[in-house]
Design a protein around this ligand. Structure first.
Ligand code: ADP
Length: 264
C-alpha cells in the first residue's frame, strides 16, 4: 500500500531517492499544443461511439432484421454507446463550467465530515459491486470549509470512483480526513482529504500529465471501465477554484494516493 506522506516544506531533500513518486499537479500548466489537441480529442472521443451507433443501425436495418436475439444484443450495445456519449458531453460541460468559474471564489459553508460521509454512502453500492472495501477515517465533529457544495462533492466522487474502478476486486479504498492548524503547503488552517487505494498504481512517467484532459495512464482499461478521461481535469480545476492543492503519489504495483488540501 502506498504511504501517503505529506512532504511540503519539511522535505529532507531525499524526495528524488524514494520509490514513491509524487507530484503536485495543482498548477501544472497546460501546454499550447494541448489546447490545440483538445478539439481533435473531443471529435475523436465523440466519433468513436457515433461510428459504432451508425454501424449497428445499418446492421439492424439489414442482416439482423429478422433475428430477435441479435437485435436485443445490438440495442444493448447501442444504449451503452449512447450512454458513453452522454457522459462525455456531461463531463465536457462540467469542465467548461469549472474552468470559466476558476477566478470566482465559492462562498458556501460546507461541513466536510458530513459531505464525505454522504459521498461515501452513495458510492457504497459501486464499491460492493466491485468487491471493494470502502472506509472513512474522520473525526465526528463538523469540519467547516468555504466552497461550492456540488463541486466539492464532485471532487470526492471522482477520486473515490477512480480508486474503486482502478483499485480492482478485493481492494481496499480508504478515505482519511486530517486537520492542520497551519498546513505546510497552503500556510493556513486547512483540511486534508486523502483517497488511498491498494490497486495497480500509476507509473511515475504518467504523473505530471494525469490531470490533462483525456490523458489516460492505461488507455485500454479506462475505456473498458467507461472513463471519459476528464475526471481528474475537472478535479484539478475545482481544487484550484477553492485555493486548494492536489497531489498524486503512486508507485506501480503499490496503489495510489490522491491528496486534496483545502483551506479552512
Ligand atoms: P478516466 O475517465 O479515464 O478515469 P480520469 O481523468 O479520472 O479519467 O483519470 C485519468 C487516468 O488516471 C485514468 O485513465 C487512469 O489511467 C489513471 N488513474 C486515476 N486514478 C487512478 C487510480 N486510483 N489508480 C490507478 N490509476 C488511476
Amino acid at each position: 500500500e502506498v504511504q501517503c506522506r505529506y512532504v511540503g516544506n519539511n522535505g529532507d531533500g531525499q524526495e528524488g531517492a524514494v520509490l514513491v513518486s509524487f507530484m503536485d499537479v495543482t498548477h501544472l500548466e497546460q501546454a499550447g499544443q494541448m489546447r490545440r489537441d483538445f478539439v481533435a480529442n473531443v471529435s475523436h472521443e465523440l466519433r468513436t461511439p457515433l461510428t459504432a451507433l451508425m454501424g449497428f443501425i445499418e446492421t439492424l436495418r439489414g442482416p439482423a432484421r429478422e433475428d430477435a436475439a441479435a437485435r436485443e444484443r445490438f440495442l444493448q450495445i447501442m444504449a451503452d454507446e449512447a450512454d458513453r456519449m452522454n457522459r462525455l458531453v456531461g463531463d465536457l460541460l462540467s469542465l467548461n463550467r469549472v474552468e470559466n468559474e476558476e477566478r470566482i471564489r465559492p462562498k458556501e459553508q460546507i461541513d466536510l465530515t458530513g459531505q464525505l460521509h454522504s459521498t461515501l454512502n452513495s458510492l457504497r453500492p459501486l464499491a460492493d459491486d466491485a468487491g471493494v472495501e470502502l472506509t472513512l477515517d474522520a473525526q465526528d465533529e463538523p469540519v467547516l470549509v468555504t466552497g461550492d457544495t456540488d463541486q466539492l462533492r464532485q471532487v470526492f466522487t471522482n477520486l473515490v470512483e477512480n480508486a474503486i474502478k482502478y483499485g480492482g476486486s478485493g481492494g481496499l479504498v480508504k478515505v482519511v480526513l486530517t486537520l492542520f492548524d497551519r498546513d505546510p503547503a497552503v500556510r493556513e488552517p486547512s483540511a486534508r482529504v486523502q483517497i488511498i487505494d491498494n490497486g495497480p498504481g500509476i507509473d511515475a512517467v504518467h504523473l505530471p500529465r494525469l490531470t490533462e484532459r483525456f490523458y489516460r495512464a492505461d488507455n485500454h482499461r479506462s475505456r473498458q471501465l467507461g472513463g471519459t478521461g476528464l475526471g481528474l481535469a475537472i478535479v484539478k480545476h475545482i481544487v484550484n477554484r477553492h485555493r486548494g492543492r492536489l497531489r498524486v503519489e503512486s508507485e506501480l504495483g503499490k496503489g495510489a494516493c490522491f491528496t486534496v488540501i483545502l483551506p479552512r
